[in-house]
Design a binder for this molecule. Sequence first.
Ligand code: BG6
Length: 488
Amino acid sequence: KKVPTGFPETFLWGGATAANQIEGAYQEGGKGLSTSDFAAYKDPYTSGKVDNFTFNVSSKELAEYQSNEGAYQFPKRWGIDFYHRYPEDIALLAEMGFKTFRLSISWARIYPTGLENQPNEEGLAFYDKVFDECAKYGIEPLVTMSHYEMPITLTEKYNGWLSRELVKLFEKYARTILTRYQDKVKYWITFNEMNMNLNSLYTGAGVLTDLLPPGKMLEATYQASHHQFLASALAVKAAKEIIPEVKIGCMINQIESYAKTTKPEDQLQSLKSNQLNMFYPDVQARGEYPSYMTRYFADNQIELAIFPEDAGILMAGKVDYVAISYYMSHVTEAREDASKLAGSFDSPIKNEHLALTQWDWPIDPIGLRISLIKLYDRYGLPLFVCENGLGAKDQLTSDNQVHDDYRIDYMREHISQMREAIKDGVELMGYTSWGCIDLISCGTSQMSKRYGFIYVDQDDSGQGTLTRYRKDSFHWYQQVIKSNGTQL
Ligand code: BG6
């Protein structure tokens, strides 16, 4: 066997988005309201320090947003108007040579409250048109079933994924979209970044945490996650029944935890912090709970409602590949709050070797290579980097250019490290950089935190022409794809 020379011919180059961050049209086409429609814009700098995760909503905030809507701005309701502009946007992605386009389906477009027996035909027809547009250019859609949103009714009625009721409601939704798009979509992901439940239980699981009994936060995190594991496994099983050639994966936000020092206590903590994140793909790729969690649950007084049939469901729903988003690495040490910090964007310990983005995210391309090697060693399954990129403030010049050489540098270094990982023996299916077209930030609901190759003329309060402009990185990425990653 020879060392691979670089990216395989079949490599899926592309970009990634999520419905709630691009579509807008939040009340068109019969769509119900989603949890993400209640992510109000708050100035992320009020404390003097960037607050990266404002997308957490309490029951009081939700009630206030519902009774006093006009007093707030909800940028995820307007997105970048992809709902109406998708033909132009997909044409631009095709011009870059995209082989794949990651997008998500909004559950509330298909089942407006999640409770209906019949799906909303207008919602289904919208995604048909989007997939047909992709097919025109030979772009394979990579579809996330659940990306940080769900019908708000399910939060109101059940407190989100805390309830086991959601498992069957999600299975109904998953079967509907798998059946409808069986001839159009081969690549699927069940849940976006499930390990981020450790960080924000409203974002991915629709749980209003202030309603939990005192001291029950961690237990609720794992109970909601358990229900999502079941739902994911049932969706995988359904996918295999409905689409024989399907490739369906799980996904985590991969934040490699380095130990602060060579002290064995710090090394042990780094191992344990990594386990807390790996727990998610461990269950989804191996089909059972890893033994290390038994002690963790006991030590933290966590008692989960797990039914006898659950083991069989998990084992029958193992994924085909493991997808990751990768933005940063993290530093940990032996301290009391260390395990609480696993999966968190904000490590109190800085890595002096790494530069930070404008939002204080450490930039660590080698961490991507380390992550890929470790994940491949652990699962032996193909991997997919389905998010990675640089959020930055871009400047549109008077002649409508964006000179984003900083973004090109960031991506060049990360793509180089992916190539090294392939040479190290990792099987990598593809790369979809995050926010290939500028979109609303998940964490801060800002428009000004831009990730795209395509600039969208809109500001944080939703003002602008929405005209799309090609940035310098657009032309650079076009070359990367054309040369299959040899010209970086
Ligand atoms: C990932 C999410 O965590 O990070 C995306 O899957 C998100 O939805 C991305 O947009 C970048 O985060 P942010 O907060 O900069 O938008």
